[in-house]
Design a protein around this ligand. Sequence first.
Ligand code: LMR
Length: 394
Amino acid sequence: MFERLSAPKQDPILSISVAFKEDPRPNKIDLGIGVYRNSEGQTPIMAAVREAQLVLANTQQSKSYVGLAGDEVFNKAMVDLLLQGTKLHSRAAGVQTPGASGALRMLADLLKQARPDATVWISSPSYVNHRPVMEAAGLTVKEYPYFIAETKAVDEAAMLAQVEQLGESDVLLLHGCCHNPTGADISLDAWKRIAELANSKGFLPFVDIAYQGFGDGLMEDAAGLRILADSVEEMIIATSCSKNFGLYRERTGAAIVIGKTMEETMKARGRILEMARSTYTMPPDHGAAIVAMILNNPQLKETWLTELQDMNARIKRLREQLASAFQAATGSDRFDYFKRHKGMFSVTSLSDEQIATLRQEHGVYLVGGGRLNVAGLKESDIDAVVKAFIAVGA
Ligand code: LMR
């Protein structure tokens, strides 16, 4: 049966974690997959999550099925977290999904049903899973200009010039905050212009927000998305609790749809439920039950927010320290982009060869294309990373 299959492709991110685990060198440094680590190199279970887990363990009465949409208390909490107070809030409906990748796939399948000829526009570069997920749903994918490699900033003029050309069969996929992989975000003025263009040209905004709380703060990181939600008539959102609740392995995310009318929203939501049934039936409960409890309990929410702010502050400190260490070692400010970028990642200018040498000779693991996970650094690793970069000629 399987003899005609060609060899599977390696996942560009997950394969790095496997290679890292197999590397016997004690001083290896994993700056690949997007997970937060503390100063001891651990990815801790957040205190509020630990507490909610204990409450759940002691109070949950059943492991019977929840339902196709997952936990509705969670769904409402996720919609509120992003959209409360905006024009579109009352028309939004959420569906719990297995992680934000599950949300991306459900929304891609929805687009294929709603508009089989749709083209999804992704940034160049974008999250490595955007193109595969959209193409797996049968959608056409094209790229809009985004990043200037020399300055490490967004080329907003080029991006907006492309967005101006979009029409009614186009979908514009945007990173809500903390752009993956570059770390360079668009300005609020660009979000405003995109909202105007969505209204005048008729394309659909699709926001993937997987790092809310890892940039400027929980509400601040949703500011661009909220500009859209105050101006446009319809949009779709994929959101994740992997990073900001540290629930990576629990696969906790949501797909949010907002149609031009409540009837359209409910039809789209119903289609997602139909597709969920034929894909995985219903999402896993544990992570969503934890998030629902935290967001609806003022004391747990406060504990969560404080820890999230601490994590965010630490990432900012690491960015400052990394830039200063590079400045001290090179006498130049060409690595200052680490300070300017937001969230977990920055894209470095390393070539494929330099990335391979970093890994082979220095045990420093980056994702192909040069993405470095700042949030995966230990303070005590900074000097070794800087030395390794300089050794490969960065
Ligand atoms: C990443 O970009 O490293 C994470 O979002 C992990 C993933 O799901 O690909």
